[in-house]
Write a protein of this length. Structure first.
Length: 269
């Protein structure tokens, strides 16, 4: 179900990149299906005690209403925002929907993470080609663990406004290698924290009934998520410095969405 919703969203955003009168409706479809996929994923997030994505899911509803309304009005700001999403899907889709390519990327990440763990004198074994094991705890590396989603999103952000060739090249260098390398160390941290049981705390909120899951929860769902958010904010700041029009665009989006929210609750913008 979720996979189909993501696929429909991908089709909508890719259709948006094709010139024509349909673009506004294609973008609306893209946003709608990705938000439906996020909402449909809520049971899985609750099962993992992951509370960040449910919050995003709740906030996505007013976001979609505002976005769809302005897309129908041909607002240039939401058109640029939709282009960012479309470019992100254009980069991410091959890895998601071509198994050979996705498995190749997962395999590269698995072996580089294992190499880093060896470098830290923390060798691990393999129970399967993408599952690392130590102390009877197993960690599976999937596509979401490769950093490709964050890379695609940030490259999409960089493409939201027109840029020079130099800006495109520098933006790619700032985004792709930085996120990829940081993500490798993120995986290393999570694996070490889980397999060594660094954070066996507060099982009432961190446990899913699986032995030792608390350490995975705090390492993966809390610490790593917060650090990733900080890193993405710093990368975004670097992009704003590199592409000044991107900073202006972000401010325009802020004015648009928060202006509409203030109007909806009866406050003057």
């Amino acid at each position: 179900m979720i996979e189909y919703l993501v696929l429909l969203s991908c089709i909508g955003f890719l259709a948006f990149l094709v010139p024509g009168r349909h673009r506004n409706y294609a973008a609306i479809a893209g946003w709608l299906f990705i938000i439906l996929a996020l909402i449909a994923s809520l049971p899985d997030y609750f099962k993992e005690n992951n509370f960040m994505y449910p919050v995003i899911a709740v906030l996505s509803v007013p976001f979609f209403i505002i976005t769809a309304r302005h897309l129908l009005d041909n607002d240039e700001r939401v058109m640029h925002l939709s282009r960012a999403a479309a470019v992100a899907f254009l980069i991410y889709a091959p890895f998601e929907y071509i198994p050979l390519l996705g498995d190749w990327l997962i395999g590269v990440v698995v072996h580089q993470v294992a190499w880093l763990l060896d470098l830290f004198n923390y060798p691990v074994g393999f129970s399967e080609w993408n599952i690392l094991i130590r102390n009877s705890f197993r960690v599976e590396i999937i596509l979401a663990c490769t950093g490709i989603q964050s890379i695609a999103i940030m490259l999409g952000v960089a493409a939201a406004v027109p840029t020079t060739l130099r800006q495109k090249i520098l933006a790619f260098i700032l985004i792709a290698p930085t996120i990829y390398i940081l993500n490798l160390f993120r995986n290393v941290f999570v694996i070490m924290a889980y397999t060594e049981q660094w954070f066996p705390y507060y099982p009432g909120i961190a446990s899913n009934g699986e032995f030792g899951y608390e350490s995975f929860f705090w390492a993966h769902n809390v610490i790593a998520e917060l650090l990733a958010l900080v890193c993405l904010v710093l990368i975004a700041y670097g992009l704003f410095c590199l592409i000044p029009n991107l900073g202006k665009f972000a401010d325009e989006l802020y004015q648009l969405y928060f202006g509409d929210i203030k109007k909806a609750i009866g406050k003057k913008p």
